[in-house]
Design a protein around this ligand. Structure first.
Ligand SMILES: Cc1ncc(COP(=O)(O)O)c(C=O)c1O
Length: 453
C-alpha cells in the first residue's frame, strides 16, 4: 500500500502502475475515461466508522451521547449517503438539493439536519414536510421565517441556533467560520449590547410555540489540525448554554460542534486522529460541565472532509508538457515543468480558491527518470487554473500519461463547475476489484440542452 495522502486501498502493481481497491487505474481510465473522480468505498466506510466509534467511545466514557452527521456538502451522491447511513452516521445537508438527495437515498428525515445562512421558504417547507430532525437557524429573520412556515404547516419545527464563538481555526480566511466578520451564525459576543445576538436568538426561539429549541450549534472552520480550537469553542457553547438556563430556566439538550477535522493532503502531512481528538474534546466538555454544575448535553459533530476527502482521487490524462524558465526568490533561474491535464479548476476549484495544496503522481507506469519541479495545470482559460502548485514528477512525464491527484474526495465534485463548457467528470466507486459509476459523466448534450437559444 502507498499510504497517506492516498486512500488505504491504493497501491502500486508489480509493473509500477497504481491500483485502487484492486482495480488498475489504466482499466479505470479505459472504462470510464478521464478526468474521473475515483472513490474508494472501503476507505470511506472505514473512516465513517472510525469517527463514529471513536466519538461514541470517548463521549460514552464521560457519560454523554453523541451523533455523527456526515457533512454532505463535501460530496453527496445517493450511494455515498447510503454508505454513511449504513455506517451509523446521520446526514447534514446545506440546501434543498442536498436534502432532496439525502431523501432519495432514503435517509429518514429524522436523521437529517438542514443548514444554510439563507434558506428559502421552499427549502424550509421541504425540510418541515420531510420531518427533518433539525433545522439549524442562522439569523433572527430566519427564526421568524421558520416559525411562520411551521405554523402554516401546523407543525413544531426542531431548531438549533448556530452561534459564532470567536474561536479562529483552520487555515484560510474563507474556510474559517467562527470569527466575527463573516456571514455565518450569531455571535456570543455582546459587543456593547445588553445581550449577545446568540442569546437574543435563543430566547426568541424559546418564546415561539412553533419552534422547539434542541440546542446550540458551532462550526469553527475547516482543515483543523490542532484540536484545541474544538475544545475552546465547546467551552464557549457550554457556557452560553448555562447562561441561557439561568436566564430562561431551560437547559438545552443538544450541542453540535460542527465539522472541520483535518486530513493529509501531502505526503508527510499528519491528519487529525479521531480517537485522540474525540478523547480530548470529551474530557474537556466533561470538565467544563462539571465546573458549570450542568448535566452533559447530547453532542453531535459534522465531519465531511475527514470521511470522504482521503477516499477520493482524481484521474487525469496529461495533454501537454512545457518547460518554463522562472526566476526563484534568490534571483537564480530554474525550470518549472508545466504539465497540462484534461480537467482543472472546473473539477477542483480549491487550489485556485484558497491556494489549497495537493499531491500528484504519474500513475499509469513506473519511471526511473530523475524528478523535476513540476506544476500541474488544467485546460481552462485562466492562468490561475492550477491543479497542483508544486510537485516533483519524473522528467519523462509526457502526453498520454495518466496522472492522479490524491485526497480530492471532498469539495472536488461538490464544488465543480462547467467553466469553459466542460462537462463535469463522473464519480466512480471502486471496491473489491471492481468499479461502478455513481454519478455519470456529463455530456456536451447535457450542457447544450440547458441553453434554450
Ligand atoms: C456547518 C458545517 N458543518 C460541517 C462542515 C464540514 O466541514 P469539513 O468537511 O471540513 O469537516 C462544514 C463545512 O463547511 C460546515 O459549514
Amino acid at each position: 500500500m502507498t499510504g497517506a495522502p492516498w486512500s488505504t486501498g491504493v497501491g502500486r502493481l508489480p509493473d509500477g502502475a497504481l491500483a485502487v481497491a484492486g482495480v488498475d487505474v489504466r482499466d479505470l481510465a479505459a472504462e470510464h475515461g478521464t478526468p474521473a473522480y475515483v472513490l474508494d468505498e472501503t476507505d470511506f466506510r472505514m473512516r465513517a466508522r472510525a469517527y463514529r466509534t471513536a466519538f461514541e467511545a470517548a463521549f460514552g466514557a464521560v457519560g454523554a451521547g453523541v451523533d455523527v452527521y456526515y457533512a454532505g456538502k463535501a460530496l453527496l451522491t445517493v450511494a455515498v449517503a447510503r454508505w454513511a447511513r449504513e455506517e451509523g452516521l446521520r446526514v447534514d445537508t446545506a440546501s434543498g438539493g442536498e436534502l432532496a438527495l439525502a431523501l432519495r437515498a432514503e435517509v429518514p428525515g429524522a436523521e437529517i439536519g438542514l443548514h444554510g445562512n439563507n434558506k428559502s421558504d421552499a427549502e424550509i417547507l421541504r425540510a418541515l414536510d420531510a420531518g427533518v430532525g433539525r433545522i439549524i437557524v442562522d439569523s433572527l429573520v430566519e427564526i421568524e421565517r421558520v416559525a411562520y412556515l411551521a405554523a402554516e404547516r401546523g407543525v413544531v419545527a426542531p431548531v438549533m441556533v448556530r452561534v459564532t464563538t470567536g474561536v479562529h481555526a483552520g487555515g484560510h480566511e474563507y474556510i474559517a467560520t467562527a470569527h466575527e466578520d463573516q456571514k455565518f451564525g450569531l455571535s456570543v459576543n455582546p459587543a456593547g449590547r445588553s445581550e449577545s445576538p446568540a442569546m437574543t436568538a435563543l430566547l426568541d426561539v424559546l418564546k415561539r410555540p412553533e419552534l422547539k429549541l434542541l440546542g446550540i450549534h458551532s462550526h469553527i472552520g475547516s482543515q483543523i489540525i490542532d484540536p484545541d480550537g474544538f475544545e475552546a469553542a465547546a467551552g464557549v457553547v457550554l457556557r452560553l448554554r448555562a447562561d441561557l438556563a439561568e436566564r430562561s430556566g431551560v437547559l438545552v439538550d443538544e450541542v453540535d460542534l460542527g465539522g472541520g477535522y483535518g486530513i493529509a493532503y501531502l505526503p508527510g502531512d499528519v491528519a487529525l486522529d479521531p480517537e485522540r481528538v474525540a478523547k480530548d474534546i470529551a474530557q474537556s466538555v466533561a470538565g467544563v460541565c462539571q465546573e458549570l454544575g450542568t448535566s452533559l448535553p447530547r453532542f453531535s459533530i459534522e465531519p465531511g472532509r475527514a470521511i470522504v476527502g482521503p477516499a477520493g482521487l482524481t484521474l487525469y490524462t496529461v495533454g501537454t508538457v512545457k518547460p518554463v524558465t522562472v526566476s526563484s526568490d534568490d534571483g537564480t533561474e530554474l525550470t518549472r515543468t508545466y504539465v497540462s491535464v484534461d480537467g482543472g479548476m472546473s473539477d477542483n476549484i480549491r487550489p485556485a480558491l484558497y491556494g489549497a495544496a495537493y499531491h500528484a503522481e504519474v500513475v499509469g507506469r513506473s519511471s526511473t527518470a530523475e524528478r523535476v519541479l513540476a506544476r500541474v495545470v488544467g485546460k481552462h482559460c485562466e492562468s490561475g487554473d492550477i491543479v497542483v502548485h508544486e510537485v516533483q514528477l519524473p522528467a519523462d512525464v509526457r502526453a498520454g500519461d495518466l496522472l492522479a491527484v490524491a485526497a480530492t474526495g471532498a469539495y472536488g465534485r461538490s464544488m465543480a463547475s462547467n467553466y469553459n463548457m466542460l462537462p463535469r467528470p463522473p464519480v466512480v466507486a471502486v471496491a473489491d476489484g471492481s468499479s461502478r459509476v455513481l454519478v455519470r459523466r456529463e455530456t456536451e448534450a447535457d450542457l447544450l440542452g440547458l441553453d434554450l437559444g
